[in-house]
Each structure stands twice: as structure tokens, then as C-alpha cells.
Design a protein around this ligand. Structure first.
Ligand SMILES: Nc1ncnc2c1ncn2[C@@H]1O[C@H](COP(=O)(O)OP(=O)(O)OP(=O)(O)O)[C@@H](O)[C@H]1O
Ligand SMILES: [Mg+2]
Length: 255
């Protein structure tokens, strides 16, 4: 099976500050891959590289079989993105936000566009009344859902999520996680998710990729937690990680 995303020998540096040094990573179709790593290690930059938004110093990145930096037009429409900070256009309503990529990339009629926007918004669990609201009128959790609706607008194959549950309360975060798994299975998506959220990692990710020492160490969670690497050990033996793992074990037993 060809990886949905394949990164080979990636080098990213800002001046003398090297973030990625011959980094390799494969994301397999249909999986939910969690990316973790210390703050400032370059997770968001890695995501931007996968989107072709930052040309690396060296290396190859293929997404859906194409080189992102010399891809034929149209590749960008096959993924949806939730950026870490910029969520929505603040001057546009939720409906206009979700319609935006559709209007940009298709010649669909306004009425159809409206219908699709409505469908996507409902898919993310937002009430229809949210459609005509501006981002400033929504809660943080609703903004994330609306941004997810926009990311789904073009029916992507891959979703890139950068810390989607950051800033949500635990209940909101759990609901968001459920939404992500639901979308993954119902739409057969591949999901790449940068997260610091232990519950998300243990609850919904199929594999985890740890960005450490400027490289990726990837594997199933049970393999990664056994890694002897000191940072990985510390990270997964943090009391919060242990609690998340115990909770997950309970869930497994309960099912
Ligand atoms: N455009 C840029 N110009 C210069 N330096 C940058 C740029 N973008 C990112 N950096 C630097 O690269 C490093 C990694 O940034 P990045 O945002 O990828 O970290 P991160 O792993 O996502 O952190 P966090 O967990 O806090 O979100 C930081 O030191 C940041 O200052
Ligand atoms: Mg980041």
C-alpha cells in the first residue's frame, strides 16, 4: 500500500537553527497518526512542509503519490487543514467560511454551495443556527467545529489537524475526538494530527510519531511507550500520560 504521505530525508532550518535533520515519516492511508514532540521542536513547521507551504532545505515529500513541491494543480484540494492558530476568516460568517474553498475551487452554483456548506456544518455537530454567525459570536469549541467543516468542504482524502483540542475543556475535547474518529471512519479519511492531548493520543490515534532529536520515531503507541529514549520515556511517564493510558485500558476492557 502506498503511503498517503511520505517524507524522506527532510531538512528544515531557520538560519543556524535546524529543526528537522534527515527526518523520515510515512502516513498510511486511513490511519489517524498523532504527532507529538516538545514545544518548538517543529511540529507545525513539519505540517506546513507536508502542505507544500514551506520549501525545505532538502528532502522529498510526497502526498497521495505526488511531490508536493512540483504537484499538478488540484492536489491541494485533496486535503483539509485545521491550522494551530488561524481558524476562520473573522469577517465572514460560518457559512461564508465553509463556502469559501468551494467557491475558490469549483464553479458550483450558489445554491448548491449553500447546501454543501450546510451539510458540512451539520456533519460537525454544529446547529444550523451557527451558519449565519461570525466567529466572534462562537465559543472556542464551535470555532474548531466550524473550521473542521471548512476543512471538509472539498471532500478531502487527508485531514491535517494542528492541536485541534487545545483550549477545549475535557468534555469538549472528548466530543471533538469522537467527531474526528467518526469522520475518519465514515469518510475514510487519513488524519495527521499534531497534539499534546494525551487523551486524544491514547483514545483515537492508531500510531504516534514523536519528533525528537530532529527526527521522527514512529510506531504503535504500545511500542513507542516502550522506547528507551529519555525524552519519550519522560513524556509517556508523566502522570497525565499514565492516567490517559489507564483510562484507555479501562475503555478497552469495557468494550
Ligand atoms: N517562519 C519562521 N521563521 C523563523 N522561525 C520560525 C518560523 N516558523 C517557525 N519558526 C521557529 O521554528 C521552531 C519550531 O516552530 P513550530 O511552530 O513548528 O513548533 P511546534 O513544535 O509546533 O511548537 P508548539 O508545540 O509550541 O506548537 C520555533 O523555534 C519557531 O520559532
Ligand atoms: Mg505548533
Amino acid at each position: 500500500m502506498e503511503p498517503a504521505v511520505s517524507i524522506r530525508n527532510l531538512v528544515n532550518a531557520f538560519g543556524t537553527h535546524t529543526l528537522h535533520d534527515n527526518l523520515n515519516l510515512d502516513v498510511m492511508p486511513g490511519e489517524i497518526l498523532g504527532i507529538v514532540g516538545g514545544s518548538g521542536t517543529g511540529k507545525s513547521v513539519l505540517m506546513r512542509s507536508m502542505l507544500g507551504l514551506r520549501k525545505p532545505q532538502a528532502g522529498q515529500i510526497r502526498v497521495l503519490g505526488q511531490d508536493v513541491y512540483s504537484a499538478v494543480p488540484g492536489l491541494q484540494q485533496r486535503w483539509g487543514v485545521l491550522f494551530q492558530n488561524g481558524a476562520l476568516f473573522s469577517a465572514l460568517t460560518v457559512r461564508q467560511n465553509v463556502e469559501f474553498p468551494i467557491a475558490l475551487h469549483s464553479d458550483m452554483q450558489a445554491a448548491t454551495r449553500r447546501e454543501i456548506a450546510q451539510l458540512k456544518v451539520r456533519m460537525t455537530g454544529l446547529p444550523v443556527s451557527a451558519l449565519d454567525k461570525y466567529p466572534s459570536e462562537l465559543s472556542g469549541g464551535m470555532i474548531k467545529r466550524a473550521a473542521l467543516a471548512r476543512a471538509l468542504a472539498l471532500e478531502p482524502d487527508i485531514l491535517f489537524l494542528d492541536e485541534p483540542t487545545a483550549g477545549l475543556d475535557p468534555i469538549g475535547a472528548t466530543k471533538f475526538d469522537k467527531l474526528v474518529t467518526y469522520l475518519q471512519s465514515s469518510l475514510n479519511l487519513t488524519i495527521v494530527m499534531v497534539t499534546h492531548d494525551m487523551d486524544s493520543l491514547f483514545g483515537i490515534c492508531d500510531r504516534v510519531a514523536v519528533l525528537v532529536d530532529k527526527k521522527i520515531v514512529a510506531g504503535a503507541l504500545h511500542e513507542i511507550v516502550q522506547s528507551p529514549h529519555p525524552w519519550i520515556q519522560r513524556y509517556f511517564n508523566d502522570p497525565r500520560a499514565i492516567r490517559a493510558r489507564q483510562k484507555e485500558n479501562k475503555n478497552v476492557r469495557a468494550n
